[in-house]
Design a protein around this ligand. Sequence first.
Ligand code: UD1
Length: 456
Amino acid sequence: MEDPAINLSSKTDLSVLATEESSPILEIWGKQPLKGDVKISGAKNSALAIMAGTLLCSDECRLTNVPSLADVNSMIKILSALGVKIKQDGDILDIDGRNIGHSQAPYELVSQLRASFFVIGPLLARLGSTIVPLPGGCAIGTRPVDIHVRGLQALGADVHIEHGMVHASVKGYQGRLKGAKIYLDYPSVGATETIMMAATLAIGETVIENAAQEPEIIDLADFCRSMGAKIRGAGTNTITIIGVDRLHSTDFPIIADRIEAGTFLVAGAITYSEITVSNVVPDHLIPIIAKLKEVGVKVVEDSPSCLRVIPGELTATDITTLPYPGFPTDMQAQFMALLTLAQGSSIVTETVFENRLRHVAELKRMGAHIRLKDNHAIVTGVPFLSGAPVMATDLRASAALVIAGLAAQGKTIVQGLHHLDRGYENIETKLQKLGAKLHRVTQPTVEQILQTSVCV
Ligand code: UD1
C-alpha cells in the first residue's frame, strides 16, 4: 500500500492545503529576554459565572472589565438565545434580561462551553422551570454535574435527565425554591456557583457547607450582593444565603484574572526576565507565588495591584493541585513547563481533573524529561528545551506550550490555538510588548502545515 504522506507530496498540489480553513498557528522564536509591564485582563471564570448570574436580575446590568475571549462570546450567544439583549462596547457589557424569552438553553451552544451549564440555577430561580442540555465531557475529564443537580434538588427542585437534557422545575411555593442546608461532597466551583445563585431568590435561608472558596466565588457573591442579594461567608467553606423576592440593576467590575497573572509570572521566570504584572490582586496568587519562591523565583509587591517577578536559578519542587487555597489546577500545565528547566526532579500531582496531563507528551517533544505514572508527572530538569511543532490539547496546556516556546532554543510552532483564544485576551500582543518574538499565522503555508501535521 502506498504511504499517504508520500502520495500527498508527490502527486498533489500542496497549495490546496493552505486554504482559508487552515487553522492558525503561533510561531515563537525562543530565548528572547522579556522586559516591561503587562496589564492583566478581567477573570474569565468570574465573567462567565457572573454573566449567567445576570439572568437573576429583573433589571438591566452593566459589567465592566469583561475580557474579550471566545468563551465570553459563547456565553453572549447563549444569553442572547434565551432572549437577553446584550450590547458590547470594549470591556463593557450591557445586559438586559428583563424579558427572558426562552427557558431552554440550546444544545449546540451549551455543548461548546461547559460553563454555560451555570445558567441552570438562575433560570430555575427566576422562571421556576428550565431545560439545559448536559454539558458533556471535555478534554480534561468527564466533568459530571451531579453535585449541581443534588444541590438544586435539595432546594426543592424536581430535576430529571431525559435524552441528555436536564429538566428542572419547582412545583410548590408559587414556583420558588426553598432554602436548605446543603453539604457538598466536593467543593466544586461550578456547583457552589449554581446553588448560590439559585438560593438568592429562594424562600428562606440556604447554607452551603464544604463550599468552594475560589476568588471567583467571592466575585460572584459580591455581584449578587450588588443586586440586593443577601449572602455571607463567600470565600470560606460555609456560605449562607437568605433569599430575597427580586434582584435589581447593578454596575459591576469583574476581578482580575489570577490565572492569566500566574501565567505571565511563570513566563518571566522561565525566560529569566524581570517583568511586572499589573492590575492583579496579589492575595489571589498566594499559592502560585509560594511555589515560585520554592523554585528560586522572587515575586515582590510593587504596589497593591502590581507584582514584579525577579528571576533566579530554577530548582525542582513538587506541586499538588487542590481546590483553593491549594495550588490551582489551572496553573499546573504552565508550572510544569517551568519545572522542565529546574535543576533536579519534581513531582506534579493532578488531583482535580482525571485527564489533565496531556501536555506532557507535547513538552517531551520539546526535549523535556517527564515520566507519567497515574496522575503524577515526574519531571527531571533538562539544561534546555528545543523548539518543535506542538499541539495544544486544552486551554491551559496551550499556555504551557507558549511559555515553553518562549524559553526554547529555535522555533516552536503551536497548533490548536482555539484553546488559547478561549482564555487569554490578546496574549500575542501582550507578549510582543514585553519583547517576545512570536506571531500568529492565520493562513499557514504548506511548509508550516506539514511541519505541524506530524503531531495532529
Ligand atoms: C471551574 C473552572 C475551571 C477550574 C475548576 C477547578 C470555570 C468556568 N471553570 O470549573 O477553570 O479548573 O473550576 O478549579 O469556573 N465534579 C463532579 N461533579 C460535579 C461537579 C464537579 O464530580 O457536579 C468534579 C469535576 O469533574 C472535577 C472536580 O469536581 O473533577 C472539580 O470541578 P469543579 O470545581 O466543579 O470545576 P468547574 O466548575 O467545572
